[in-house]
Design a binder for this molecule. Structure first.
Ligand code: ATP
Ligand code: MG
Length: 445
């Protein structure tokens, strides 16, 4: 017996009608990106492992435990399925010298891979939509990105998404904070979990990002980076805040917000909801002014965010915000196959005019090899009764049924039946005039 083949745990198939929600969401995102002047970038899903180690930092959850890494059998390259896209976008920016004529505003959508324990809102293949503004130093671009995400929630109809902001300052400020942090955690050494003990001297800031509930009280009492910020860092944060204030965007300052990657400085932020249990962060981002030079590029500031598509779709579903997928404009009822060539020619004309058309096609029942579907037992040209075809036309949600009866076709006409007017009014239309009818449909007539 052959073994049943199933998808990898934590990696999901996305099927209709659920996929309609994704297509709709992506359309809304593309429109928002257009309005803010962000262009699409697509980088490979597989990148050299070193890219992520260098980009995200060695002592991070992602690099320590979550990457899907492997060796290329042929040339022994160390490769990784991207766990996030910023590192790849930065690599591409450097490789193609994208900043030669000034800053760039970019967005991406696509799958990311992290070896985490699958649960609601946490998968091993998941999808992010992200935006990166590269080559801009002023706080207005941080604010622009936050406003863009905020207007995306509004376009989607999402309410109750809270914005948390923090500043991670600059490296020297972090260094001073780091010393205070180590001293604080050392004086509470007995409460530290294994991760924290290991990170105490390598990356104590990362301890603040812990998900261990037993550590929360300790973390809350820790010295706050905010108290170590100098005038410039404070002014940058203030610059972001005042733009948000003028635009009526509410936020709260969360001094414990540190984010999961090492590359951030100054502004960091998260959009959070309390409606998804513990997986409540739907979007996170911040400034990463040192990443481009750290990865070998000419020093340039940058800022960006990434949102988790599965979590956003889950929210949209719960709030019943996903619009019903519209049925086709036209469902073609085809009683017999005799003039199928002519029928399909007419349908092509309609589609060329922008009309969406679904044709009735009888389903082949059973397995291809089974008796029911074998050529001798059923007439493979039978198209199904008019009654069953009309049932399918109704179920399709189409606005009109076009009936291609043999008698009509011989007269050069087709019957158009309205499926939405409540009475099923029908009339004949000459096939040679069908493109006029299509145009009237498109113009809402
Ligand atoms: P978390 O704290 O939930 O692990 P993170 O800090 O690791 O999130 P980021 O790396 O900032 O997440 O990614 C941005 C967004 O991508 C998250 O806010 C979340 O919405 C989504 N995301 C991250 N990891 C996953 C995952 N394993 N499954 C589904 N969505 C995810
Ligand atoms: Mg994570």
């Amino acid at each position: 017996m052959s073994q049943k083949l199933t998808a990898v745990k934590g990696m999901n198939d996305l099927l209709p009608p659920d996929s309609n929600a994704w297509v709709w969401l992506e359309g809304v995102v593309q429109d928002v990106m257009r309005r803010y002047g962000y262009s699409n970038i697509r980088t490979p899903i597989v990148e050299p492992t070193a890219l992520f180690i260098r980009g995200l930092g060695e002592v991070t959850d992602i690099v320590e435990k979550e990457m899907y890494s492997f060796e290329d059998r042929l040339n022994h390259e160390q490769l990784t399925l991207r766990p996030e896209a910023t590192a790849g976008v930065v690599r591409a920016t450097i490789e193609h010298n994208l900043l030669y004529d000034g800053g760039k505003r970019l967005f991406y959508m696509g799958p990311m891979f992290r070896h985490e324990r699958p649960q609601r809102g946490r998968y091993r293949q998941f999808h992010q939509i992200g935006a990166e503004a590269l080559g801009f130093a002023l706080p207005d671009v941080d604010a622009e990105l936050i406003l863009m995400a905020h207007s995306l929630w509004r376009e989607l109809g999402l309410k109750n998404v809270k914005l948390e902001l923090n500043s991670l300052g600059e490296p020297e400020e972090r260094l001073k904070h780091r010393e205070a942090l180590i001293a604080y955690f050392e004086s509470h050494a007995s409460v530290l979990d294994e991760d924290a003990k290991r990170r105490l001297h390598s990356n104590p800031l990362r301890i603040l990002d812990t998900k261990n509930p037993a550590m929360q009280v300790l973390v809350e009492g820790a010295p706050k980076l905010m108290d170590f910020l100098g005038a410039d860092s404070r002014a940058h944060l203030q610059g972001v805040c005042s733009i948000l204030d003028v635009n009526g965007v509410e936020y709260s300052i969360n001094p414990r917000l540190v984010r999961g990657m090492d590359y951030y400085n100054l502004t960091v932020f998260e959009f959070i909801t309390d409606q998804l249990g513990s997986q409540g962060t739907i979007c996170g981002g911040g400034r990463y002014d040192y990443l481009i030079s750290q990865m070998g590029g000419k020093s340039a500031p940058a800022v960006g965010w990434a949102m988790g598509v599965e979590r956003v779709v889950e929210l949209l579903k719960d709030a019943q915000l996903i619009p019903f997928a519209k049925g086709p404009d036209v469902f073609a009822v085809v009683p017999e196959s005799k003039s199928i060539e002519q029928v399909m020619f007419v349908l092509q004309t309609l589609r060329a005019k922008g009309v969406s058309v679904q044709m009735h096609s009888p389903s082949a029942s059973g397995n291809p090899g089974s008796a029911a579907a074998s050529a001798d037992s059923v007439d493979k040209f039978a198209r199904g009764s008019m009654k069953s075809q009309f049932k399918r036309a109704d179920a399709s949600g189409a606005s009109f049924a076009l009936i291609f009866g043999a008698e009509e076709l011989s007269k050069g006409v087709v019957t158009i039946k309205s499926l939405r007017d409540g009475v099923g009014a029908q009339r004949e239309e000459s096939i040679s005039q069908i493109d006029h009818w299509a145009s009237s449909l498109q113009s809402g007539g």
